[in-house]
Design a protein around this ligand. Structure first.
Ligand code: SF4
Length: 281
């Protein structure tokens, strides 16, 4: 996949943000440059990210997506969805249609089940309601959405409650991902990164709720041995089976104990940055 960071600003200040270029100065939006990247990429999937892509306005985003669609790319737009409501409806409709045409989806970072937790993890007060509005609007327009819940020390206990919230609030959402925080940038601290063993039971409970409700649930960056009966939800299994190269290989490593583990051939091991903090799983 190719990752295009089309804007370096964000309207949030998430505790787990690992993007070093955020708020970089003198970086102008370079439409032609991004088009060249899309054209030269051999990957089918183009991830359009930021910062927050919707800060750029709907027209720029639409033009770029249309360019990629014409080149037979699949689009993923990574967003917190809080600004979706501000995009003119006719532009938003065209954007959703174009993303659908590509077989793509909106990847919405929503890592809280209520406004209080959302303010803690996103670093911004009173933005939760706008995100909920944004997700609902995208759903109404027929968008395919993956909700991504970044698991950190502040919100891991809320993971099962989050699934219950989603079932009630967005009955049309059929796809969730639980992604363990990367110990990078300002998140390189035990204050943000919990132990795998501490979060394990909450993620297992959340997975169980998803499976019972027939919601597709994926888990990233938590080793299989921490996922109980739901180890198959770890996304690395598919990547390893397809022998894909990628970050799952570069960012993770097997430990000595992994050599004796029954999952060793389908697990990438813990993240290296996690080991910098804890040394072991
Ligand atoms: S290979 Fe290592 S990290 Fe993966 S499940 Fe086994 S013990 Fe855990």
């Amino acid at each position: 996949m190719a990752l295009l960071r089309i804007i370096h600003k964000c309207n949030q200040d998430c505790v787990f943000c690992s993007y070093p270029g955020k708020n970089a100065k003198n970086k102008k939006y370079d439409f032609n440059g991004f088009c060249r990247e899309i054209k030269s990429s051999k990957d089918k999937l183009i991830q359009i990210s930021g910062g927050e892509p919707f800060l750029l306005g709907g027209i720029h985003l639409l033009k770029l997506v249309l360019f990629a669609v014409k080149r037979d790319k699949k689009i993923e737009i990574q967003t917190n969805a809080s600004l979706v409501k501000d995009i003119p409806l006719d532009i938003l409709k065209k954007l959703v249609k174009a993303v659908n045409l590509s077989g793509g989806y909106f990847n919405v970072n929503l890592s809280a089940a209520d406004a209080v937790m959302d303010a803690k993890v996103s670093g911004v007060k009173n933005i939760f309601a706008d995100k909920i509005k944004g997700v609902k609007l995208l759903l109404e327009l027929g968008a395919d959405i993956r909700l991504t819940y970044i698991i950190c020390r502040l919100n891991y206990k809320q993971a099962p409650v989050f699934v219950e919230f989603i079932i009630k609030e967005f009955p049309r959402i059929r796809w969730l991902q639980f992604s363990f925080v990367k110990a990078m940038g300002k998140a390189l601290t035990k204050k943000i990164v919990p132990k795998y063993r501490t979060v394990s039971k909450y993620i297992i409970e959340a997975s169980e709720l998803c499976v019972k409700s027939k919601i597709k649930c994926e888990i990233d960056h938590i080793p299989l041995c921490m996922l109980g009966a739901y180890y198959r939800l770890n996304v690395d299994i598919g990547k390893i089976a397809l022998n894909k190269s990628g970050l799952h290989r570069k960012e993770k490593i097997h430990l000595k104990r992994c050599l004796k583990c029954k999952y060793v051939n389908i697990c990438s091991g813990p993240r290296k940055d996690y080991l910098k903090i804890y040394g072991d799983i």
